[in-house]
Design a protein around this ligand. Sequence first.
Ligand code: GDP
Ligand code: GDP
Length: 489
Amino acid sequence: MNDQIPTGDGHGALDDAEYSEFMELAAQEGFDLEEVEGDIAAAGHGPLPVLAVVGRPNVGKSTLVNRIIGRREAVVEDRPGVTRDRVTYEADWNGRRFKVVDTGGWEQDVLGIDASVAMQAEFAIDAADAVIFVVDAKVGATDTDEAVVKLLRRAGKPVVLAANKVDGPSGEADAAMLWSLGLGEPHPVSALHGRGTGDMLDAALDALPEAPEMTYGGTAVGGPRRVALIGRPNVGKSSLLNKVAREERVVVNELAGTTRDPVDELIELGGKTWKFIDTAGIRRRVHLQAGADYYASLRTAAAVEKAEVAVVLIDASESISVQDQRIITMAVEAGRALVIAYNKWDTLDEERRFYLEREIERDLVQVPWAMRVNVSARTGRHMEKLVPAIETALAGWETRIPTGRLNAFLGELVAANPHPIRGGKQPRILFGTQAGTKPPRFVLFASGFLEAGYRRFIERRLREEFGFEGTPIHISVRVREKRGTSKKK
Ligand code: GDP
Ligand code: GDP
């Protein structure tokens, strides 16, 4: 198992010997080694560090996030009150990859402005390794801004202050006023026009650790594994938490370095200590009115970012909903290990069980590899199966296939099941490597474009051969073209 935080040395999960072996293989095939190295580095990352963008409504957070992720179809176009299902995005700045948490989705009149801003900022800051705090320089610092500053201070994470809406030199003086917030140098930017955003992002990335060590606990490698218990309201999260925390001993003493995370809880289960993420949120059961879906999404996204494994609870007594699927997708896209717990099993009659299986086949086809447990938080049914499921999923998440073994497997696969001939050509997998873990990431080098169906076949075969239970796996294919150039497909 590779327990190391990715160091960004460009070898991904490959050790030196593996790396040389692989490069030799690539050289034999006539690949440009520098490009191959780039491909491995690009594919071979583990969990990415998280940058949160927080601030009051209308200061320009979404505009800034769009600029960071390099997209035009602005989240800004969203009408107020419209729930967005995405809050985290992958981004790349000067070759560094990271995640951005956007808190720009705004639900009016749910909580009142101060509470709303505070709440969304709190989730985002909690999940982040560094924060961009956006203030409208034209308006200046408001009481709400000051409230966010207090949160930021308490969290103690690196903060870069963006003084937005400085569209020209004349606005610089407004930006300078924001020194008063006590967060250091205000970076004058225009999210709308791009002015100053590059320098500001440089500063933000300087503050961002290479790997998500803050939320992952760089010092806590080998410490308690992080579990996010997620699911839509009323599926039984707090009941389950109470059940496991009551039957086993809740670890009350604070371990070093955990005091900063009062929302997380150490729980002893199956003879091990686990860190359950955002249990405060589950226990507090903040009662929000209808329309508060955005906060729920944000909180779930934050918990997933901080976790290594997501346990998604589904209320088995009801039909699997779009919201259930969305939560599962969140965990999968975040690249976390996945356990699906079908709760309230005590209420199921034969008929419901029959329909549930049909629903799983129909609605959860994209995650046939997820670990599954059928539980009842009420009766305690199969609680003992939860820990083994989590452990299996984490093991799959960390599995690393040595390059030699992988290529032997690929050779057999190609020989037995060649890619269909297309336009007189037959694309062939030349060789491959597993460039990363957590989750497993593969780079395959091929002589031509591999069809989606064939890629799915490869994934299926990889899973049959090597397991990868409970984990998403990523496969990227690089096509080698004539004249020694390779291209991302
Ligand atoms: P959010 O609520 O913080 O996400 O703010 P938005 O990104 O939705 O922006 C609010 C409004 O401010 C929109 O009308 C944007 O076009 C505008 N805006 C954002 N950034 C800038 C900027 O740098 N300069 C100016 N003049 N307007 C901006
Ligand atoms: P949360 O919103 O996801 O935290 O859900 P709760 O834990 O508050 O549970 C919502 C409702 O479902 C409560 O009335 C629980 O008593 C009930 N519930 C939770 N787990 C089970 C279960 O396993 N079986 C049954 N029958 N009811 C359950």
